[in-house]
Design a protein. Structure first.
Length: 346
């Protein structure tokens, strides 16, 4: 039995850090284990321009604990008014690594997103030319479509046509949750990759309703049937370079989740690596953890792996983590539903 594992320092290719008091409270949780993270731009108002991203990046750097070794990689929030020249300048600056497509109304703070993908063709053409990745929230927003079918429908009606129209565009299907999504990526080429979250490797849709409604397991895309979770586990542990970690750690203050109309988002930055080590051990795939968390993501984004390492050691079960305290209130940490025995040393 493996009881210790050393891997290159991991990266998180999809994280929400928010701003202000929440940023200050959650950033140390991400910076503790991850060398870099791709920062989602869905603030209110969203981070649309290079100027917005630069200012947000400085607020992140300013909120970093003393001595932290962490690099934020920024994204731009795509709107129907996005200026292709600004996108090009952002990529050339080296500070912005991707553009994020939110179908308007798909998730938290997505009202300024794209209603009709045909209205952003010029930007997508420029991105194809310069090789800049498009990160996609892959769900249709039609309320007539069942919430559990929205990703599969998006693949058929939006992603597949988009791939045909822009074969040179590099796309990441963010937080893939379905067998259909996994297979679509597997059957594509190296221009299409997918991130997988920690919680979607652990939860299936029954967990949201186990013994009562569990607001801290509500996120978008929503967790699917166990057979989809199994497909995600196979993809994550396969070593296929097109699947890598994006935690989608998405903090919301507890009162906004434990409410009659709770927000979508699961906060997992604090214990993601311990959760993943257990999942990979359960899948007899611990040697594949490094590719998933530390190698395949940088390879897709054209970056070298982080220089440092991280060591995981199997020990006694750790006590569950207390909620993160922010000046605005507490944020509950993801409960994987099993004891965490992997201790993370940096
Ligand atoms: C995210 C958030 O809270 O910003 N929520 C979520 O459920 N994942 C938005 C997103 O990534 O969809
Ligand atoms: Zn997200």
């Amino acid at each position: 039995m493996t009881s210790s594992l050393t891997i290159q320092r991991p990266d998180d290719w999809h994280v929400h850090l928010r701003d202000g008091a929440i940023l200050r409270a959650v950033l140390p949780e991400t910076a503790r284990h991850f060398g870099r993270a791709l920062i989602m731009p869905n603030l209110l108002p969203p981070m649309v321009t290079l100027q917005d991203a630069k200012a947000y990046r400085l607020r992140i750097l300013d909120a970093l604990p003393e001595g932290a070794d962490f690099t934020p990689l920024m994204t731009l929030y795509l709107t129907e008014n996005t200026d292709a020249k600004d996108v090009k300048a952002a990529y050339a600056s080296g500070m912005v690594n991707a553009v994020k497509l939110y179908p308007a109304g798909a998730t938290t703070n997505s009202a300024s997103g794209v209603a009709d993908i045909n209205n952003v063709s010029q930007v997508l053409e420029v991105m194809s030319e310069i090789g800049m990745p498009l990160c996609v929230h892959g769900e249709v927003t039609d309320p007539e479509v069942d919430i559990f079918d929205r990703e599969a429908r998006f693949i058929d009606t939006v992603l597949a046509p988009l791939r045909r129209r822009f074969p040179g565009l590099r796309i990441v299907l963010e937080h893939v949750t379905t067998k259909q999504g996994v297979e679509f990526v597997q059957n594509s080429n190296a221009n299409l990759a997918a991130t997988i979250t920690t919680h979607h490797l652990i939860l299936d849709r029954n967990d949201i309703f186990k013994g009562g409604i569990r607001p801290h397991y509500y996120c978008l895309p929503i967790a699917k049937r166990a057979l989809h979770r199994a497909a995600l586990r196979r993809a994550a542990t396969s070593g296929d370079k097109r699947f890598f970690l994006g935690t989608d750690s998405a903090p919301h203050l507890d009162p906004t989740k434990e409410s009659a109309c709770g927000c979508a988002g699961i906060f997992s930055a604090s214990n993601t690596m311990a959760c993943l080590a257990q999942v990979f051990e359960d899948e007899n795939a611990l040697p594949k953890l490094e590719a998933f968390t530390s190698l395949s993501g940088p390879a897709f984004y054209g970056l070298a792996p982080n220089p440092g390492t991280l060591t995981l050691t199997k020990g006694t079960a750790l006590p569950p983590l207390a909620p993160i305290a922010t000046d605005d209130g507490p944020i509950t940490v993801f409960d994987p539903g099993f004891p965490l025995c992997w201790h993370v040393n940096t």
